[in-house]
Design a protein around this ligand. Sequence first.
Ligand SMILES: *Cc1c(COP(=O)(O)O)cnc(C)c1O
Length: 400
Amino acid sequence: MPTPSKNLGKLPPYLFAEIDRKIDEAKKQGVDIISLGVGDPDLPTPKPIVDELLTAAADPSTHNYPPYHGTQEFRETACKWMKDRFGVEVDANTEALSLIGSKEGLAHTIVAYIEPGDVVLCPSPGYPVYNNYTLLMGGEVYTFPLLADNDFLPDLTTIPDDIAKRAKLLFLNYPNNPTGAIAPESFIQEAVAFCKKHDILLCHDNAYSEMTFDGYRAPSFLSVPGAKEVCVEYFSLSKMYNMTGWRVGFAVGNATGIKTLGTVKNNTDSGVFKAIQRASVSGLLRSDELTKDLNKIYGARRDLFVAGLKKLGWNFSPSAATFYLWIPVPTGMTSVDFVNLMLEKCGVVVPPGTGYGPEGEGFFRVALTVSEKRLQEVLDRMEKNGVTFSALAKQPANAG
Ligand SMILES: *Cc1c(COP(=O)(O)O)cnc(C)c1O
C-alpha cells in the first residue's frame, strides 16, 4: 500500500480511545451504562418532516441528481427563514448554498481557502473539524482559548499581528459547543471589525441558533451591520429538528465566500437528495413551532440536572443555550480523573473537557440527550457513590 498523506499523521490522537475501552469492559460485566457523551438528539425527527420525506421520496422527480448548490425551493426557503427569524436579507441565488450537513460546509471551506503557510484561527475548546481539517490541508492552526473568566469568548486583541496577517479564516461558534456560551452583539461587532481589518473570512458555525432557553434568542452574525462583507454563516437542520442522520444544512452570507465554497462542492459532491430538501422546507416553514416543543423538553432536562448538581455541591449556572452543560470538575482533579471516576463508580459516560482542546481542562461536558428519568438516575448514582463536588473538591495545594 502507498503511504497516506503525511497530513493524516498530524491529526491529534483520539482522546476517547481509552474511555471507549473502559466502556466496552464495563458493558461486558453487565453494567447499565448511561451515556451523556454524544451530541446527538435522542428524540425522533418531527412528523411533518418525516411525512413530507415519504411523499417526496415516492415522487420520481426527486430521484435524479439535485442541483449541487441546492434546489431553488430549498435555497429560497432558507433565505426566507433567515429574513423571518433574524431580519437578515440573503439572496437565494448568490448568497446561499445547500450543505450535506454543516460539517461538510465547514470542511470544504477550509479546502477552498487553505494551503501550506496559511493560518486558520481556531477556538479551544472547540468543535474538532476546524482544527483537524486545517491540518489535513497542510495549513497552520493558531488556537485561541475560550476561558470561563471571559464568558468563553475569545480575546481577539491577543492574536499577534503577524499571525493575523497570515490568517485567512476565523472559526467561531455561538451558541457554543462544548461550553454552551452565547455571544453578545458587541462581541460579534468586534469579530467583524477584526476580520475586516485583517482581510479574514469569518466562518460562523451557527448549529445551535434555535436551541435556546429562558427567553433568549440567538442572533445571526449576519444581522450585525457590515457582517456580510466578511462572513459566511453555517446552519444545520441536525440539531434544530433532530435530523442528524439526514445530513442537511446550508451556508449563507458573503457572495464570494459562498461562490468559492461552491466551486469545491461542485467538484466534490452532488448535493442533497431532493426529497430531503423538500422535507427540510416543510421543517423550516414551521420552525418556531417545532423548536419550541423541543426546547421545552431540553429545558426541563436542564433544570432537573442543574438542580440535582447544586444539591451535590456544584455551584454552577448553565448558559441560556445548547443541550450541553460545561461543568467544572471538583477542584484539584483533572478532567480525565473525574471522567474515569464517573465511569468506574457510576457507570456514566461523560467526555472530558480536554477532548475539545487543552483549554478544556478542568471541565466535563454533559449532553442532555437522555430522558429526565435517566438523568435522575445519574444524579442518584453520583450521590450514592460519593461522586459529589462537596466530597471530592480539594483546595489547590498553593491556595492562599
Ligand atoms: C453538530 C455540530 C455540527 C455539525 O452538524 P451537521 O450539520 O450534522 O454536520 C457543526 N458544528 C457544531 C459545533 C456541532 O456541534
